[in-house]
Design a protein around this ligand. Structure first.
Ligand SMILES: NC(=O)c1ccc[n+]([C@@H]2O[C@H](COP(=O)([O-])OP(=O)(O)OC[C@H]3O[C@@H](n4cnc5c(N)ncnc54)[C@H](OP(=O)(O)O)[C@@H]3O)[C@@H](O)[C@H]2O)c1
Length: 252
């Protein structure tokens, strides 16, 4: 897939799936804006690994209400135009209903929705405004297998990703007349820092057996699906959700 001179912005791209996506876009010729929240050292390492030039760092906490507008404004003043927006940044907090107190429970729901849903809806809002000014664009939102099969230890996470799916499909309808196309990628367990706590626990062997591949996803496999949805030929796939879960959970 070719993205020569396309301007791409990826939230949460200092590590994990966002980093793999930044590398894949840069290898395909794109100019990549790397957003992250706090870890400048890690983000700078990612920037240094990208082939080609025209890549920049954008530190911004997108869970703050003004964050997404500030990020899009900074991006447009650097690049002039936004062709592809990948809403990847997300958090996941354990809050087992039979273990946590009420304060922990409500904090987990509020923080999760602030980052995984409200920040993404605000990114879509300001991203769409920028794309409308230049005749269109693509957005890819990163969801999760947990939206479909349940997340018993992190119910807010599953709910936030289910809401993200519904929001993305509504926006695919609303924005198609503006030539803005939206896809969703729903990974299963992927070898990143976010999944590390679970993937290094005694549960690992059971989790590996969930997939007939008997392994987790690699971040670059998720990136591959992102690039497909952002590619020229994928416009008519707007509103679709691609599973990247090694056939561990098959929905009809
Ligand atoms: N890993 C999995 O098993 C898995 C499975 C399904 C779906 N997903 C989804 O895939 C996406 C990426 O996950 P990952 O595993 O690559 O995560 P990760 O390794 O934890 O990386 C998260 C990235 O998001 C950034 N971030 C977090 N909150 C932010 C905020 N408020 N503003 C800006 N940046 C923020 C972090 O930046 P700092 O380091 O600077 O804070 C970091 O760059 C998430 O949406 C996640 O829900 C992951």
């Amino acid at each position: 897939m070719e993205f020569k001179n396309k301007n791409v912005l990826i939230t949460g791209a200092s590590r994990g799936i966002g980093k793999a996506t930044a590398l894949a876009f840069a290898h395909a010729g794109a100019k990549v804006g790397i957003n992250y929240r706090t870890n400048t050292e890690e983000a700078a390492k990612t920037l240094a690994e990208l082939p080609g030039d025209g890549h920049y760092l954008f530190q911004q906490d997108i869970s703050e209400k003004e964050g997404p507008e500030a990020l899009i404004t900074a991006y447009i003043s650097q690049y002039g135009q936004l062709d592809v927006l990948v809403n990847n940044a997300g958090i996941s907090i354990f809050h087992n209903i039979d273990e946590v107190n009420f304060e922990h429970w409500t904090n987990a729901w509020e923080s999760t929705f602030k980052t995984n849903l409200f920040a993404v809806s605000n990114m879509c809002y300001w991203g769409a405004k920028a794309m409308m000014r230049t005749g269109g664009g693509r957005m890819v939102n990163i969801s999760s297998r947990g939206a479909f099969r349940g997340e018993p230890t992190k119910p807010a996470y599953g709910a936030s990703k289910a809401a993200l799916n519904a929001m993305s499909q509504s926006l695919a309808k609303a924005l198609a007349p503006h030539k803005i196309y939206i896809g969703v990628v729903a990974p299963g367990f992927t070898e990143t820092e976010m999944a590390a706590v679970t993937l290094t626990s005694a549960e690992r062997e059971n989790l590996l057996r969930e997939s007939p591949f008997k392994r987790m996803a690699q971040p670059k496999e998720v990136a591959h699906a992102v690039l497909f949805l952002a590619s020229e030929g994928a416009a008519y796939s707007s509103g679709t959700i691609i599973d990247v879960n090694g056939a561990s959970y098959l929905r009809s």
